[in-house]
Design a protein around this ligand. Sequence first.
Ligand code: F58
Length: 840
Amino acid sequence: KDEVTGKEKWPRGEEAVWKAGLRDVDAEEKTITNSIVNHVQTSLARQAYNLDNLGAYQAVALSVRDDLIINWNETQLTYSRKAPKRAYYLSLEFLMGRSLDNSILNLGLKDKYAGGVDKLGFNLEDLLDQERDAALGNGGLGRLAACLLDSSSTQELPVWGYGLRYKYGIFKQLISPEGQQLEAPDPWLDHQNPWELPRLDVIYDVRFYGEAKRSSDGSGRAEWSGGQEVVAQAYDVPIPGYHTKNTNNLRLWESKPKSGFDLNSFNAGNYEGAIESSNSAAAITSVLYPNDNTSFGKELRLKQQYFWTAASLADIMRRFKNQDKPISAFPEFIAVQLNDTHPTLAIPELMRILIDEEDQTWDKAWDIVTNTFFYTNHTVLPEALEKWPVPLLQHVLPRHMQIIFDINLFFMGQVEKKFPGDRERLARMSLIEEGSPQQVRMAHLACIGSRRVNGVAELHSDLVKTTILKDFVEFYGISRFGNVTNGITPRRWLDQCNPTLSALISSTLKIPKEVWLKDLPKLEGLLAHVDDPELAKTWAEIKQANKERLAHWVQVNLGLKINTNVMYDIQIKRLHEYKRQTLNILGVIHRYLQLKALTPEERKKTNRKAVFFAGKAAPGYYIAKLTIRLIVNVARIINADKDTNEFLSLYFLPDYSVSLAEVLIPSSDISQHISTAGTEASGTSNMKFCLNGGLLLGTVDGANIEIAEEVGESNVFFFGHLTPDVEDLRYQHQYHAIPIEEKCPALANVLNAVSGGLFGDGGVYEPLLNTIRQGDHYLLTDDFDSYIQALAMVDVAYLDQKEWIKKSIRTTAKMGKFSTDRAIQDYAQEYWNIESAKVE
Ligand code: F58
């Protein structure tokens, strides 16, 4: 400001010249084409006459990025000026998928870009297809993080994401001729990535190993020195909101060596030694661990977790300190969400910063820490709960291990006070699990170091409170524990992936999409039109067109021709025994055997369908890979069977990804979410299918339950045992097993067909079949009959197309609850206590 006039002063030079050069984000088509051509000529250094689709995509993306950067800058300026409380979402995974289509839709520039691109002789849809997915995640947890970011910008909430910039995302899945999953790397950064901005100046040192010496002055401080130091460098990814200027930031860290290479070794002729340390620094962010719902106790994974939490906290602390507030005010300005236990080291790390660097007492530091963090649990499966061996932690992070022991000492003291003499309770609640080696229970640390804890669907949050954290509910009281049911962004998962349905909804509701896409409960207005035959007709035509789009995709990518005049039945998710793809494939075999037993006349009366699977198995997960192999080989046989292939066909689509989901989901008539009750925390693809008018076949689990509550039980197909039965059933399998032939003859028959070699060498599948015959931990023998009945009900319902379409419309109409706009507001209000900060 000018000191005399008090007015805003132009920084330097001539204001008019500056202003004339400012880019207008609400650009005209001409500005758009100019900008694209300019990027072709300068950023890409290419000539218009030999520009291919990839080059054109890159130029368009750079032009869109310019728009994003302008909004990003304004947003950061607004946040600095208004200095609101901010939230940070720490997630080891962000499964973003493609960005171009999403960005131009959110900016409201899709038509203009399509027009501009057309004038330059390209087709926008072809260019969109050039983009590689940013696949920095395994599944639901990573995709949820991406949807929440979209909603945080859309809701104008000051939220940043922090993650890692893996050089290799989730592996590319190939399927061998035998049906074996093979993994190939995903070098997604090989083409330059237009969606990130390297920040060469935003760097922090991160230490590993070395020695931690407690000071003798009684202050509780310690000095941590020696070991390995690496550098974290920031890359920023702008996150545009839908029809708002607010553009939040996703900051991803890359690891780099601290000092290039070791010149002494180099000069002594030890060339390999000279680059060794630089290799080991770069290794930290080289690859995403490909496990879903299993924890993996490897040193490099631990280093990833600490590297990322340390860099993120240092960055948050620096921003806080710029505000010149006392350190005790930290939680008034900052909330940090821990996405599962992966970032739990942030708790001892903030303790370390406060005590060793900021001179805080233990009590003050603990007060700040426990008012800053919030923890979301995503699973109650025991094998997925993270534990780190004490000796490993002691070696890699000696100071943090000291702090964790200290936290435990204080905590055990409090528990002892509340429950005197209850040794078993102390052992159950301790941060340290006894054994050789001892292990640190990260969920316990996350729970006691956070202000609040939540699960991701009602049932799941109840299970968290009654199983894995039961003792903590008794200790802290129930108010520390809550629920935030997951959601999805309707921008990507309806408007972007199913534009014709989106347009039909707008015209039916007579509400522009700009309104209902930000206020999803408005979909309920569709209910008033359920009986409108015109709507039903167009609704069905759109589903049909989406099936044709999928068929086209399969034809182009796999060279297979699929029938589009049949029901599409889809199960797409990570391969895992608890998700029970096995139940589905055994159901398909059952149907095939039944069809074979019918006369041609009888077959004609049956419902025709195509069954689709897609999903990756963790590379070391033998049973999951065997399931894929079975699916592929069953498909080979039944698709070639001329008696039945008109009525039943089966496809395993390789290399499942966000972009493939965008093609699959709008085409489904029915989708399967059939986990053993109590195992799927929430699920989010169930929401995506239903939003697109696909009906749900599922167990009474996770968010399926809340979907059924919304759309009505008559519009979903439920089957199987309920969560409270599961424990008893498992007990029976262990101690009073009934032979399958007796308990479930239909299933026994299917297993025999597989063992007998109907789908190739039966012996190959024995280990998979034995998981059912022995122990049956996931209760297939208990649920198979009711599953087959549910499938039969789906068939009957589908034959009445008129009623089916009504169910489909009703389903879409009642999905308002499942927007991440609602979920992010839940977090903002019930957890973080942050408010929106609109960019004007
Ligand atoms: C998933 N978890 C849940 N974990 O399984 C799913 O029900 C839920 O809808 C979703 O989170 C979002 O809340 C999940 O995806 C992982 O992929 C982890 C990756 C890292 C290792 C441990 C599992």
